[in-house]
Ligand binder design. Structure first.
Ligand code: PLP
Length: 411
């Protein structure tokens, strides 16, 4: 078999979607929602299922090793250590784990951002209710228009006393990439902790947990990491792990948790100490399929390099943005290239219903999303630059049909 024909030895190339043989949409621009599954991911999952079908529990050791290797790959992606990571079920679970386990003091203040995905707000609201905390709502949009002013406002809040700042590295609606190095430096200076939801970055926008000075980072695998739903990770800074309370602990949160299963009698105990590392959050059995898929997709991403993927996706968006603006769309892409992600969001022209537009684009082979009414395009490494003309053509056809139908209705 040639290397490209065998998906287990696949070579990814920027702008080449040949590893997505089953993908329907001609322009798949919805990686900020759920990515399509590549052939190497399918092959890895099929391999796992074959093993479990043949061996049952006998398949466990090899796929347990795969999860340890996955942590090494994710660590490389984040600039972290593998032992600083927990494999968990979803991004929100990572937020919840920290929100429930921080050693809060009544009256502690937490800053969240208006405009954030609710996954990074609801758990902090619950913690506020349970632990008598105060939530402060800052404005994410301010970082697009006037980042210096927004940082000054954050500094004021920190000076007045914040225990933690919870923010997404990239805003899901607008694609704004937050200035995390500056936010992290301010948090460090004023003694606050920094929590980052990185699901709109990891896999396509460079991430460096050390440069961010982040204390906690969480991310699910079904968006730019190109894995499946139901698998995620949580990074915990080594200096923070010991202070966390085991409020969500399970049987695997203890040191030597599995000894009673394989070392003969006398090891079944309920008083083993809790792990003082990120993996205290791996309280029970996780998704073998999800982590196998994630391993295969991250291998491809590392093969290509996140910096190259980021540059490629932005070349795509550089081509897509001007013709849309010329057609009356208002771009929400940040004027500062440093603050851009792999998302282009736009407000459609005033006479265009965005729900209808999205449906018509999909019918024409363009998959995109409409979070809170913004038209959101999110390319990734397989999108070829040649697609852009096709997307614009689909937009033109859709606008034309919608306008002529509106004209018929009013005549
Ligand atoms: C910024 C952000 N955080 C969290 C989520 C939800 O992630 P999960 O379902 O893994 O909790 C989404 C997306 O859907 C998102 O855009």
């Amino acid at each position: 078999m040639s290397p490209t024909a065998d998906p287990r030895r696949a070579q990814a190339q920027l702008g080449d979607r040949s590893l997505f043989a089953s993908l329907d949409a001609r322009a798949y621009l919805n990686h900020a929602a759920i990515s399509p599954v590549s052939d190497p991911v399918r092959a890895r999952v099929a391999e796992l299922l074959d093993d479990y079908a043949r061996l049952g529990a006998g398949a466990f050791p090899a796929w347990h090793r795969q999860r340890c290797e996955l942590k090494l790959l994710l660590a490389e992606l984040l600039g972290a250590g593998a032992e600083q990571l927990a494999l968990i079920s979803n991004t929100t679970r990572g937020v919840t784990d920290i929100a429930l386990c921080l050693p809060w003091r009544a009256g502690d203040r937490v800053a969240v951002f208006r405009g954030e995905f609710p996954g990074n707000v609801t758990p902090w609201q619950r913690a506020a209710e349970l632990f008598d905390l105060e939530l402060l709502m800052l404005e994410a949009e301010a970082y697009r228009h006037e980042p210096d002013g927004a940082l000054r406002q954050l500094e004021q809040a920190l000076r007045a006393g914040l225990r933690l700042v919870a923010v997404s590295s990239v805003q899901f609606q607008t694609g704004l990439r937050m200035p995390l190095e500056q936010i992290g430096a301010l948090c460090r200076h004023y003694g606050a902790e920094l929590f980052v939801d990185a699901i709109q970055s990891c896999g396509a926008v460079p991430v460096d947990v050390v440069a961010w000075q982040a204390d906690y980072v969480t991310c699910g695998s079904h968006k730019f990491l190109m894995g499946l739903e139901g698998a995620a990770f949580l990074y915990v800074h080594p200096n923070r792990a010991a202070a966390l309370r085991p409020h969500v602990a399970g049987w695997l949160s203890h040191e030597d948790a599995e000894r009673f299963l394989c070392e003969g009698p006398g090891h079944l105990r309920y008083d083993r100490p809790f792990r003082k590392r990120a993996d205290m959050f791996e309280g029970g059995t996780g998704t073998a399929v999800g982590f196998a898929a994630l391993g295969a997709s991250v291998e491809l991403i590392l093969q290509l390099g996140v910096e190259r993927i980021y540059a490629h996706a932005n070349r795509y968006l550089d081509l897509l943005e001007p013709p849309l603006i010329a057609r009356g769309f208002r771009s929400l892409r940040c004027p500062d290239p440093q603050r851009r992600s792999c998302i282009l969001s736009l407000d459609p022209p005033a006479d265009i219903n965005v729900v209808d537009l999205r449906r018509r684009l999909l019918e024409r082979g363009v998959a995109c999303a409409i979070p809170d009414g913004k038209l959101r395009f999110a390319p990734h490494w397989p999108n070829g630059l040649g697609e852009v003309a096709f997307v614009i053509d689909a937009v033109d056809q859709s606008l034309q049909v919608m306008r002529s139908q509106a004209a018929t209705r009013t005549s």
